[in-house]
Design a protein around this ligand. Sequence first.
Ligand SMILES: [Zn+2]
Length: 236
Amino acid sequence: MDSGLLGVASGAAAAAAFMGYAVRGRSSSVFGESYYHGDRSRPALALTFDDGPSETTPRLLDVLDKYRLPATFFMCGANVRRCPDVAREVAARGHEIGNHTDSHARLDFKSPRFIYTDIARAQETIQEVTGTSPRWFRAPYGVRWFGVAQAQKLLGLRGVMWTVIGRDWRWPADRVSDLLLNKAANGGIICMHDGRGVRPAPDIGATIEAVEYTIPRLQERGFQFLTLTQILCPTN
Ligand SMILES: [Zn+2]
């Protein structure tokens, strides 16, 4: 390979690496304003749950009630239509609701029109069913793309990734708990799951067990649990 071709190849590799970061990097704001942690001087954590509401979410709500702490639920519109009573229950118990698209499709290589429609439909469904209008958006799989920035702007949403992702859809509870206890730090946004995409009746036993085990231990260490709005916009 001559040096010109080598230059092209390394330029292409650098471009691919940049796109990988832009699309999936937790600190990337390339495809729209995005947050992944709160104030790092404050001993506070935000628990967030994606892919709900589901038939099994009420069990998680009972655990959160036991410790009297608020969380933020990134709901999919399709799940809200399937479990409207659970969605209302989440709001009624004082939790914040975020937008996690309607269909839980991966947004990379989708058109800006598809992306806008999928986010807007979830926004309308959540508003209709729960009476609250989300202000935070989390992309499925953390994958952002061209069109997300515009959709966020038009719908009054701001993007949120995470500081720690629990891997609770794959790992047993003890491994998830170890991860959370090791990685918890001031201003952290923890991403867990009370559903599995838009699948009905998912098994979220590991999620619930890990939450039940880690909350009191994190509280003992002095962490306060807040909603996303409280941890990201403490003045309003
Ligand atoms: Zn998801």
